[in-house]
Ligand binder design. Structure first.
Ligand SMILES: Nc1nc2c(c(=O)[nH]1)N[C@H]1C(S)=C(S)[C@@H](COP(=O)(O)OP(=O)(O)OC[C@H]3O[C@@H](n4cnc5c(=O)[nH]c(N)nc54)[C@H](O)[C@@H]3O)O[C@H]1N2
Ligand SMILES: Nc1nc2c(c(=O)[nH]1)N[C@H]1C(S)=C(S)[C@@H](COP(=O)(O)OP(=O)(O)OC[C@H]3O[C@@H](n4cnc5c(=O)[nH]c(N)nc54)[C@H](O)[C@@H]3O)O[C@H]1N2
Ligand SMILES: [Mo]
Length: 772
């Protein structure tokens, strides 16, 4: 289908993985000038004695091979272990306004930050300051606020449990629950949807379950790129004869076939392992209806043949079965087919495979969670599993694929804008202060509060807040209104450059680096997607002698803010992470008992996960079937000219960090300015592959929110659907379009209009019709 006329776009026929992946590892190390160090460092990623790979949250196998190979893990490690340095001299050479004209890639490519710096508005430059000065200014900014709720404490999920715990303690001691965090843009529908269903906002499976499943269903995730170590697991399952079904609007290469770079035979013979047995190209945002269609088909099979549902499980362990049966039976096939983009026959095919499976795992990622109705969609996935008792027994369960390597751990230790009463009471009892009870802001709410002028100070523990968030028109303008922004970071990025009155940059150690405090080499701990907590120890020398660890930076801010604090020994905690872990164990009894002993065992320990053992901490005491409430609705709002855009990661990026411009498995090389569209749609609109197009937010009255002069590429994608890369297309994502219950932005279902590129995009939604 691909047309050779489009420069940089050509079909990629090889399997995912294979020699392409090995070549890419070498390339990543050379690009970042880390050939020797990076190579050595890689061998220690996700090994019992090394550091936790910052690439993703997929767990480590029990019997790790000598080298857990992963191309994108290699890129993440090389990115951090680079020899490039963003020194004060570099910042002296460029004003902030000038740096803002650079691409995201160029800004981060300056390299690792080396010294604390503060923005000097007189000169429009960041200039070095001492750590003491940096802490004093941060404390002064916080103490100047009338109300602690005028501060926002953002966290991106790379911080360790120790750093995250101190961070939430500092902010709550200060008096706020304003913890917008990357989870709010990512798996919040999991944290909101799953507790009502199964009593815990986390996955129920362990890695071993994948050895016992005979069916694995993959909804809306792209593991070849984003969880490459999962490919080894899927490949094993496939070779064992397990069935893998993929549900995704795009045909992702790694879900079709994969060659293991660790398999000498596949590498020598250029062979590969097929992954998905069947591929279902669901329409963007159509998953909840698709799954209800599968349930409807299962119920019909049960009525006809019997033996499909697990009645004992349903009776003993669940509530709400009859209501869901009634609602699914009331749904007509026409609605299901229109909403899912799949025919009844295909949905029945998927249901028949599921009906036969003895043990099934259901995995899902951002394709499920970033829509207007994602918490509800997640609950439909659980319904499907409950029908056949597929939670809480070997080889079965639900498996949300988390994003950042410790995003799940951050939430566990308290980074949460809606903390439980139990946790707050425990903080009170352990530390002797009354924590704030009022719920805080999510990411979207934080941006709205900053925009209104209600929030005046922003502290960021990692991440690239403004670039990751929707609608830069509003978000960037909001950041410029801040009295003070304080960013703890490893590398510079655009968010740091959106300065308001005052801004401070605090350079920290990365996961790969040695962390010595008070003469002792410290280790930190992290939690993976499957609730395994284990230790991580960096081994590289720090990128600069001035760097501080994240726990020490947080403690430094706290000590400057609270002075001689009778309740928390901040300087003492900064020098002894065992002492931080002892406090975590006291605040979360049961979960973290004997924390320090347990993380000293290689491989660590698993936190209690009720659903794994069929313990349901829900209001009914059972797993709940939940009726789908379709009010999230179709973002098209009845306008036939409106198309739906899903925004994706390329193979050469880590969220807002762009390593390079290739997306090998999708056959795109040297560019990111493409939009994938259905060929029939293009023909209907009088467009051809290779045409320059503009993409505008469909309901934007101002006409400002337009992605201009991108190239359209024909792809096998359902009609009415478009796909393009994040963050370049975030300008068309509205801050108002988010999951109604969790607030997660609808990054994967933006209503847009596509038209031939033209000089001006007409103002006003009514004028902005589709291409004639
Ligand atoms: N190398 C690398 N690794 C990463 C990251 C990275 O950027 N780079 N990011 C990390 C983070 S924070 C996260 S959250 C994860 C993200 O990992 P993923 O969840 O895999 O992330 P995405 O690339 O956003 O793509 C999701 C997939 O959903 C599909 N999709 C889009 N819309 C729909 C839909 O409506 N329905 C269905 N069924 N599918 C849909 C897309 O085609 C795509 O294949 O990866 C983590 N790991
Ligand atoms: N359109 C669209 N938008 C999206 C998404 C999407 O799919 N589509 N996905 C959303 C998702 S799932 C997520 S998780 C967010 C990601 O949002 P964020 O987590 O905020 O973004 P990142 O790009 O991961 O952050 C990169 C920055 O983190 C800093 N950093 C890296 N390592 C460390 C470290 O060890 N310590 C510290 N302190 N800083 C570090 C570096 O300075 C780097 O510039 O984006 C969201 N935005
Ligand atoms: Mo994420």
């Amino acid at each position: 289908m691909s047309d050779p006329k489009v420069p940089g776009v050509r079909p990629y026929h090889q399997p995912a993985g294979g020699w392409g992946a090995l070549k890419a590892v070498a390339g990543a190390l050379v690009d970042q000038e880390t050939v020797v160090e990076g190579g050595k460092t890689l061998m220690r990623a996700n090994q019992p004695e090394g550091f936790d790979c910052p690439g993703c949250a997929w767990p480590d196998p029990k019997h790790t091979s000598s080298f857990e190979f992963c191309e994108n893990g290699a890129k993440a490690v090389a990115w951090e272990a680079t020899s490039k340095r963003a020194t004060p001299q570099v910042f002296a050479e460029h004003t902030v306004s000038e740096l803002l004209t650079w691409t995201d890639h160029q800004i981060e490519d300056l390299g690792r930050l080396t010294e604390p710096m503060a923005y000097d508005p007189a000169d429009d430059r960041y200039k070095p300051i001492t750590w003491d000065e940096a802490f004093a200014r941060t404390a002064a900014g916080l103490k100047a606020l009338k109300d602690p709720n005028e501060a926002e404490f953002y966290a991106s999920g790379r911080a360790s449990n120790e750093a995250a715990f101190l961070y939430q303690l500092m902010a709550r001691r200060f008096g706020t629950n304003n913890f917008p965090d990357c989870s709010n843009m990512c798996h919040e529908p999991t944290s909101v949807g799953l507790p009502d269903s199964i009593g815990l906002g986390k996955g129920s499976v362990t890695l071993e379950d994948f050895d016992h499943a005979d069916l694995i269903m993959c909804f809306g995730h792209n593991p070849g790129t984003n969880h490459p170590r999962m490919m080894a697991t899927l490949r094993e399952a496939s070779r064992r004869g397990a069935t893998i079904l993929a549900f995704n609007p795009l045909k992702e290469r790694a879900l079709e076939k994969f060659a293991s770079p660790q398999d000498p035979v596949e590498m020598a013979t250029l062979s590969s392992t097929p992954i998905a047995s069947a591929y279902f190209q669901v329409k963007i945002g159509g998953d909840a209806l698709l799954v209800q269609g599968m349930m409807k088909a299962l119920l019909a099979m049960e009525t006809r043949d019997g033996g499909v549902l697990d009645h004992d499980f349903i009776l003993e362990h669940t509530a709400g079965f009859e209501a869901v049966v009634a609602s699914v039976e009331a749904l007509d096939w026409a609605t299901i087919e229109a909403g899912s983009g799949l025919s009844r026959a295909r949905i029945e095919e998927a249901a028949a495979v599921y009906a036969k499976a003895k043990a099934a795992i259901l995995c899902y990622g951002m394709g499920l969670t970033q829509h207007r109705d994602s918490s509800g969609a997640v609950q439909q996935l659980v319904n499907l599993l409950l029908l056949k008792g597929n939670i809480g027994r070997p080889g079965a369960g639900i498996c949300p694929l988390r994003g950042h390597s410790n995003v799940q751990g951050n939430r566990t230790v308290g980074i949460w804008e809606k903390p439980s009463t139990v946790m707050l009471d425990s903080l009170r009892d352990v530390f002797g202060f009354e924590p704030p009870r009022q719920h805080g802001h999510t990411v979207v709410e934080a941006i709205e509060a900053i925009e209104r002028g209600d929030s005046k100070v922003f502290v960021g523990l990692g991440g690239n807040f403004a670039v990751a968030a929707p609608d830069p028109v509003r978000t960037f303008a909001a950041m410029r209104k801040l009295d003070l922004a304080v960013h703890v970071a490893t590398k510079p990025n655009r968010t740091h450059l959106l300065v308001g009155k005052h801004a401070i940059l605090l350079p920290c150690l990365g996961r790969t680096e040695m962390d010595v405090r008070a003469g002792v080499r410290q280790s930190v701990t992290v939690e993976d997607s499957m609730s395994m907590v284990h230790a991580s120890r960096g081994l590289n020398p720090p990128a600069s002698e001035h760097l501080m660890s994240e726990p020490a930076i947080v403690a430094g801010i706290a000590a400057a803010t609270f002075g001689q604090d009778p309740l928390v020994d901040w300087p003492g905690l900064a020098d002894d992470y065992d002492a931080i872990r002892d406090l975590i164990a006291r605040v979360f009894p049961g979960a973290f008992d004997d924390y320090n002993d347990k993380v000293r065992v290689p491989g660590g320990f698993r936190l209690p996960v009720g659903p794994t053992n069929r313990v349901w901490k829900t209001a009914t005491g059972k797993a709940n079937f939940i009726v789908h409430d379709p009010k999230g609705g179709d973002p098209r709002r009845g306008d036939p000219d409106v198309m739906i855009l899903t925004t994706l990661r390329s193979h050469d990026q880590y969220n807002t960090t762009i390593y390079g411009n290739d997306d090998r498995y999708r056959g795109v090389f040297g560019r990111r300015d493409v939009i994938f569209a259905n060929p029939d749609d293009l023909a209907r609109m009088g467009l051809a592959q290779g045409d320059l197009v503009d993409l505008g937010a469909a309901f934007d009255e101002t006409g400002e929110r337009v992605v201009r002069a991108f190239t359209v590429v024909a792809r096998d994608i359902p009609p009415g659907c478009l796909a393009a890369y994040y963050p370049e297309t975030n300008v068309v994502i509205s801050l108002d379009d988010h999951d109604q219950r969790s607030g997660t932005p609808a990054y994967k279902s933006a209503p847009v209009r596509l038209r031939k590129h033209q000089a001006r995009w007409p103002n006003g939604a009514a004028a902005a019709t589709a291409v004639p």
